[in-house]
Write a protein that binds this ligand. Structure first.
Ligand code: CO8
Length: 263
């Protein structure tokens, strides 16, 4: 597919999707969402990709939310269709077998914040701002924000952000557990790539298993989560990567994981 509203780049084993409508602060219109969904399927098909990074084009914004010019024209049926479609895409993002890092370089508002919430973790530049300001439009979050935000930062903190529509700075987002690391604007991508490379150097089977075990456990009771962990651990032990990792330790050398899900 030819991408016009995102830039999809793969370098070595790290893929980057850059939301690319800088004049509209990378707001999510229907075309961009379709391209984003296609890119996620492309990534899923590519066994060589180990980590995905999401970021925004321009200096000002990650994603400033759904495109309000489109949103303003929707009737209830269209709103249902587009929220369902958007939620399916963010579910796909969350369930992607590889780890996903959001590099939030500016505004992450509404749907933009919800995309970041569906990533595995968030690094932000000092210039980043987070919020779910839909309440100011007479709306509520529609891409999973009412569900993922309380799971991440706790119910009361999420209620305050969603009910006030307040926009918070990166440092405050880090303080409440929304953001893992705050960097200068100049070093954000270097820091994200550094972490992506550390993750990419691990075995793919164990990366996928760890992510799936955490995701499954967060939506289940402790016993179910632990049971899933037993099964996932048992699958890891049979992989080439586990043979290499344990042998390398015993031979006192650095493991060289070849990766691949067939491993
Ligand atoms: N949609 C469309 N255009 C936008 C958006 C947006 N979300 N955000 C910014 N823009 C446009 C502006 O209209 C402006 O365009 P133009 O230059 O043609 O006038 C350009 O981007 C630059 O924006 P500003 O001049 O406003 O820049 P400022 O620095 O003054 O302000 C803000 C930046 C604070 C980010 C401001 O633009 C703003 O408040 N934007 C809207 C943020 C918002 O409310 N986001 C939530 C949207 S709703 C949502 O995301 C729901 C998700 C689920 C929906 C599911 C249904 C499908």
């Amino acid at each position: 597919m030819e991408y016009k509203n995102i830039i999809f780049n793969v370098e070595d084993v790290i893929a980057t999707i850059t939301f690319n409508r800088p004049k509209a602060l990378n707001a999510l219109n229907a075309d961009l969402m379709n391209e984003f969904a296609c890119a996620l399927y492309e990534i899923d098909e590519n066994e060589d990709i180990r980590v995905l990074i999401l970021t925004g084009a321009g200096e000002k914004s990650f994603v400033a939310g759904a495109d309000i010019t489109e949103l303003a024209t929707y009737n209830p049926l269209q709103a249902k269709f587009f929220t369902e479609k958007g939620q399916n895409t963010l579910d796909k993002l969350q369930q992607l077998s590889i780890p996903v890092i959001a590099a939030v370089n500016g505004f992450a508002l509404g749907g933009g914040c919800e995309i970041a919430l569906a990533c595995d973790f968030i690094y932000a530049s000092k210039k980043a701002k987070f919020g779910l300001p839909e309440i100011n439009l007479g709306l509520i979050p529609g891409f999973g924000g009412t569900q993922r935000l309380p799971r991440l930062i706790g119910m009361n903190m999420a209620k305050e952000l969603i009910l006030t529509g307040n926009i918070i700075r990166a440092e405050d987002a880090q303080r409440i557990g929304l953001v893992n690391k705050v960097c200068s604007a100049e070093t954000l991508m270097d820091e994200v790539i550094k972490t992506a490379k550390i993750i990419a150097s691990k075995g793919k089977v164990s990366l996928c298993a760890a992510k799936q075990a955490i995701n499954t456990g967060m939506n289940a009771d402790l016993a179910t989560g632990c049971k899933f962990e037993i099964d996932a651990f048992s699958i890891c032990i049979a992989s080439e990567d586990a043979k290499e990792g344990t042998t390398a330790f015993l031979e006192k050398r650095k493991a060289d994981f070849k990766g691949g899900l067939k491993g």
